[in-house]
Design a binder for this molecule. Structure first.
Ligand SMILES: [Zn+2]
Length: 226
């Protein structure tokens, strides 16, 4: 890799991982004893991927901060919906006639609207993510695994992770992407019940569960989120 700078973070882990953040910062997470040569070889092996992603980031329009005003478009399951804000004593949020309708005591207060909308996204995410886990878990149950418990988190650099403590962590932002993308992430994390890395055995299991996972992965990585 030529001009790109990156930070190496050593920790107790087994595999090497490259993270690219929305501000183009690059981190390489490596095991404590990884040699400089191993790290360089790993970066070199990811070079084409990294260059493509960096180019993609530069092509993307700059992120405009959301204003939480009436008529502004927000994403839900891959579709854009305009906000419809109206005053009411009790807050209520619903998807109605193609709009994201929020009844709120202070419809002109963007912070409160943002919080109310986030609560709604969390509720929706909880239902959608759990349904997908329930739908796909039987395949893993017969292989002797225990159903991980869902935790919805706001994460900057990843869509999901599986913790050894029995949690499947999914990024709240996923609720803004299409259902087939969320399904890909859920199955990816469930496959980590069996393989903690992304090696050939992991990929074979992915293909068994979701034959078109590579296409879905590509699509998700190209998704402009806001
Ligand atoms: Zn993974």
């Amino acid at each position: 890799m030529k001009t790109t700078d990156y930070t190496v973070i050593r920790s107790r882990r087994r595999s090497l991982e490259l993270r690219l953040y929305p501000d183009s910062r690059i981190e390489v997470r490596v095991p404590l004893r990884a040699s400089a040569r191993e790290v360089e070889d790993f970066i070199a092996s990811k070079s084409a991927w990294l260059q493509a992603r960096l180019r993609g980031q530069q092509l993307r329009p700059p992120r405009i901060p959301l204003q939480y005003r009436h008529g502004e478009e927000h994403l839900f399951l891959g579709q854009h919906y305009p906000l419809s804000l109206a005053r009411a004593a009790r807050p209520a949020t619903a998807l109605q006639q193609g709009s994201l309708c929020l009844l709120a005591p202070e419809p002109d207060n963007p912070e409160r609207i943002a919080r109310q909308l986030e609560r709604w996204y969390r509720q929706q995410a909880d239902g959608v993510f759990n349904r997908l886990i329930d739908h796909h878990f039987p395949f893993f149950a017969v292989r002797g695994h225990i159903r991980p418990q869902l935790r919805i988190r706001s994460m900057k650099s990843r869509w999901g992770s599986l913790s050894s403590l029995g949690y499947i962590n999914l990024n709240l932002e996923l609720i803004k992407t299409p259902l087939h993308s969320i399904e890909y992430v859920v199955i990816h994390e469930l496959c980590h019940l069996e393989h903690m890395n992304h090696g050939p055995a992991f990929q074979a299991l992915m293909s068994q569960c979701l034959p078109d996972w590579r296409r879905r992965k590509r699509e998700l990585n190209e998704m402009p989120l806001r």
